[in-house]
Design a protein around this ligand. Sequence first.
Ligand SMILES: Cc1cc2nc3c(=O)[nH]c(=O)nc-3n(C[C@H](O)[C@H](O)[C@H](O)COP(=O)(O)OP(=O)(O)OC[C@H]3O[C@@H](n4cnc5c(N)ncnc54)[C@H](O)[C@@H]3O)c2cc1C
Length: 334
Amino acid sequence: MLTQKNISLLPYNSFHLDVNAAEFVSIETVNQLQELLSQQTPALILGGGSNLLLTRNVDGLVVKIDIRGIDEVKEDNTHIYVRAGAGENWHEFVMYTMKRNWGGLENLSLIPGNVGAAPIQNIGAYGVELKDCFYELEAYDRTEKKVFAFGVNDCRFGYRNSIFKSAEKGRYIILNVTFILRKTPILHTSYGAIRDELKKMGIQSPAIQDVSKAVITIRRSKLPDPAEIGNAGSFFKNPVVDQAKFQSLSSKYTDMPAYPHEDQSVKLAAGWLIEQCGWKGYRKGDAGVHKDQALVLVNYGKATGREILELSLKIQSSVLKKFGVQLEEEVNIF
Ligand SMILES: Cc1cc2nc3c(=O)[nH]c(=O)nc-3n(C[C@H](O)[C@H](O)[C@H](O)COP(=O)(O)OP(=O)(O)OC[C@H]3O[C@@H](n4cnc5c(N)ncnc54)[C@H](O)[C@@H]3O)c2cc1C
């Protein structure tokens, strides 16, 4: 366990923000983590850095979770239970399950980041969320100084949310996650984009690997690659409004996209709201809004986290003014 001093976090965040960490350590085992936490209090826990906006230097210790390992824990006639270390790369783990023909994670292909952060916002894409294949996780409790197991109900998963991003934010460090995957997959291809892509591929009876390939192709064509342009995917969550608010907006904006959500509420498309306020393709200095995806804020090169944060605040206030809808950040701001 080597602690580095005064290092740049530029290679460790997908926004490519050049802030410094006073101390940086990568931990590979639970014992290392426990030993470290008995001596020091980390200022920031880091996975793949793909959902993070760093607005300042980190005066304290950054701990990168690099706990690896994939194990088949148990199986029954229909399911296989697979545990992955928090430091495993998410997409590589999905590919591991695809190779073995275990169904469930195909729609979540190519989401950046690591396994350990995936439950934090209950990652989701193309009609599937992590919670749909979640069995349990183990996390180190920084308050009780013990490792606890969390089942699906303990995690209180919601839309881009969990207990780890809300009520108990910052308390637990996720060590590993166990997934329950199907030996006989059930496909989720109701999204038009997936169906269209499978058609283009000439596939009528898709396997999970085909769905995964379709998702990868769609994502590559739609989303800016952080390797080419700094970003953290969707900057805001899609806002959820009640029926009364939805009715008043949809009578005024007849082409407004909207999707049914839980308990009669309605989910609006944050990207559409932002675009209507004229932000799509906006750029000031090196901070901007992507030219094709209004929901994605970008760093064209040398933007600072502060500049991106200021831009996000302006976007929030213009959406609030025009639509009376408060956008909430999906990205974690430090
Ligand atoms: C191009 C692009 C596309 C994306 N598309 C999607 C998408 O389709 N769906 C979606 O849901 N998300 C998407 N995201 C967001 C991101 O990929 C996910 O949120 C991912 O789970 C973040 O993982 P990470 O390891 O990079 O987390 P990080 O950015 O390193 O960390 C995120 C937060 O979790 C904390 N954290 C990290 N690891 C741990 C741990 N082991 N224990 C406790 N806390 C921890 C950090 O302190 C931070 O607050 C996208 C991002 C990008 C850049």
